[in-house]
Write a protein that binds this ligand. Structure first.
Ligand code: NI
Ligand code: MN
Length: 230
């Protein structure tokens, strides 16, 4: 079996590992104009939340309660989720990894904000580096500006990177292209664009630049599409 990546639109990502675990990252369905499904239909074994913003916390609480599954996030956000009645949480923090049943998940640096939807302090925003049990390395940058230490993440040997290209709130196409050069992933998928007019981008134009200027293989998905990582 291979690892299957579903892009649900915006920065909402489903990972199904080769050994059958389903991890749902930044589950933003309700109020997401790009979402390919709804919060009541999605299934998962674990949720991961990268930072506190509403387009990332999204429906995490409702889905965790409905499925009785844990949410992994930074310490400040897991405390907030516990106070909201989420029973199972796993706090981590930047630079820290943990061997979960589905693989080794490390939170990485992200240059962004993290206030929670009610104004509560959401700690520092994070990216997500997952090493699956069969050794695939997947880097989900989520919301971030470009930073030079992406090169350190790349040194781990990234099979797939998912990078924001929307600009305005995160890296735009130019910086995301520089990020590909720093990370040198085998495959790259653009995210966090065209959800709203403010972050409208042409992912195909970006993919052409990736093909021309890097060794990475770009894959432009439509919301709901599945990418199979062999
Ligand atoms: Ni954000
Ligand atoms: Mn965002």
């Amino acid at each position: 079996m291979a690892t299957k990546i579903t892009w649900y639109g915006h920065a909402t990502i489903g990972i199904e590992t080769a050994d059958g675990y389903k991890i749902l990252v930044d589950p933003f369905f309700t109020g997401n104009p790009a979402a390919s499904t709804t919060a009541d239909k999605v299934s998962a074994d674990f949720i991961v939340v990268s930072h506190g913003h509403g387009d990332h916390v999204g429906d995490a609480i409702d889905i965790a309660k409905r499925l009785n599954i844990p949410i992994i996030s930074n310490y400040e956000i897991t405390n907030w989720l516990s106070a909201k009645g989420v029973e199972k949480v796993h706090p981590q923090h930047i630079g820290g990894g943990f061997k979960h049943p589905f693989g080794y998940l490390k939170l990485t640096l992200a240059l962004h904000g993290s206030a929670l939807p009610d104004g509560s302090y959401g700690g520092n925003p994070a990216g997500i580096l997952l090493t699956t049990n069969d050794g695939k390395k997947i880097y989900l940058a989520q919301d971030t500006g470009l930073f030079g230490d992406m090169q350190l993440i790349g040194e781990e040997g990234i099979d797939l990177a998912m990078l924001p290209i929307g600009d305005n709130f995160t890296m735009g196409p130019d910086d995301a292209l520089r990020a590909v050069k720093l990370i040198s992933p085998k495959h790259v998928i653009p995210i966090h664009y065209s959800t709203w007019p403010l972050i409208e981008q042409d992912p195909h134009a970006w993919a052409k630049r990736v093909e021309a200027e890097t060794a990475a293989q770009p894959h432009v998905l439509k919301p709901g599409d599945v990418f199979v990582l062999e």
